[in-house]
Every structure is written in C-alpha cells, then in structure tokens.
Design a protein around this ligand. Structure first.
Ligand code: MG
Length: 187
C-alpha cells in the first residue's frame, strides 16, 4: 500500500508507545499530507466557540488544538482514519466496503463512531459539539467531503472531532477562570 511520505521510513519501536511530542509531530505531518492544517482545525474550533466567549483569540484556540494533537487517542484515530481512507483510494478493500467508502455512504456511520470515540473523552458536551460539526459541516469539513480526488470518509469526521474537543477544552478553561475571578472579587 502506498504510504504517506512522513511515514515512509518510520521504524516502529518495540512497545509502539510514542512520546507526546512525537505523536503531535506525526499528527500534524499526517494531516498536512491529507490537506488539513492546524490552522484549518483552529478556524473550525474558533468559529464554534467564539460566539460564547468575547475574549477568545485564535492563538488561544491554536494552543488548544496543538494540545489535543499530543494525545494518544487522537494519534491512533488519525492514523487509522487516514489508513482506511488511503486504502479505499488505492482500491485495496473488499466490495462492497470499497464502494461504500468511495461513495461516502451516509448510512455507513462507522466513520462517525471513531470520531465520537475522541469526542467522548472530553465528556458528553464533546459528543454534542461533534454532532453539531457533523450535521452543519462547516469550512474544512465541507471541503474534505466534496474533494472528488480523494477519499476522506473517515478523516472529515476526525477533523470535526478534533475541532469540537479543542473548543471544549477552551470553554472549560474559561469557565474555571471565570469562577476563580468571581471568588477573587468576593474577597
Ligand atoms: Mg465521514
């Protein structure tokens, strides 16, 4: 199977457990080769959350995206999603799965399952946020879905989940900071 360039010479370790820095680096490189940048995910997350937080900045959201990309679950999900999408692109799957993925059959649903797995790590609100991304398909998610040259059946959902959980992390941090400020004011 044709590999991503960033993984062509990758030598797995005996344990297959990688550091946060290594996973983040690989996540960014894998996503980039499939046409998705950190800025794309940041924009999705920012647009989802900025209506609730007046003082939110793109830099803060970007920092949250980068933190999310250091996590093992995300690394495994991105790796799996891109492998399946690329196997479909190269015609390596059995029918009818090959056709289901290439046509991105709406009733398939297992692409969303992997994404919900990521979103669920950040609580039920992570799943709700992902659901909104999945239904409204903003920005990059729409572009991936309409890319006729590639199969992004799994990756579009992963990108939605990454944006959803990045937004949730920021929302939770602002909520905690807000409570601390209120306590300080009462003193
Ligand atoms: Mg999909």
């Amino acid at each position: 199977m044709k590999s991503l360039k960033c993984l062509e010479n990758f030598k797995p370790t005996a344990s297959n457990v990688y550091s946060s820095e290594e996973m983040c680096r690989l996540n960014i490189a894998m996503l980039a080769e499939r046409g998705v940048t950190v800025d794309d995910i940041t924009a999705l997350a920012y647009n989802a959350q900025s209506k609730y937080l007046d003082n939110l900045t793109m830099d803060e959201m970007r920092e949250s995206v980068l933190e999310v990309l250091t996590k093992r679950d995300q690394f495994h999900a991105i790796l799996l999603a891109i492998n399946i999408d690329m196997a479909a692109e190269q015609g390596l799957l059995m029918e009818p799965l090959q056709s289901i993925l290439m046509k991105d059959l709406g009733l398939f649903g297992l692409d969303e399952c992997i994404a919900i797995g990521i979103a669920g790590n950040y609580g039920q609100i992570g799943v709700t946020n992902f659901g909104f991304m999945d239904v409204s398909k903003p920005g990059k998610i729409n572009i991936l879905q309409n890319d006729k040259k590639h199969c992004h059946c799994f990756l579009d959902d992963i990108v939605g989940a990454l944006a959803a959980v990045s937004a949730i992390r920021v929302a939770q941090r602002h909520a905690v900071l807000g409570e601390i400020e209120k306590t300080e004011e009462k003193k």
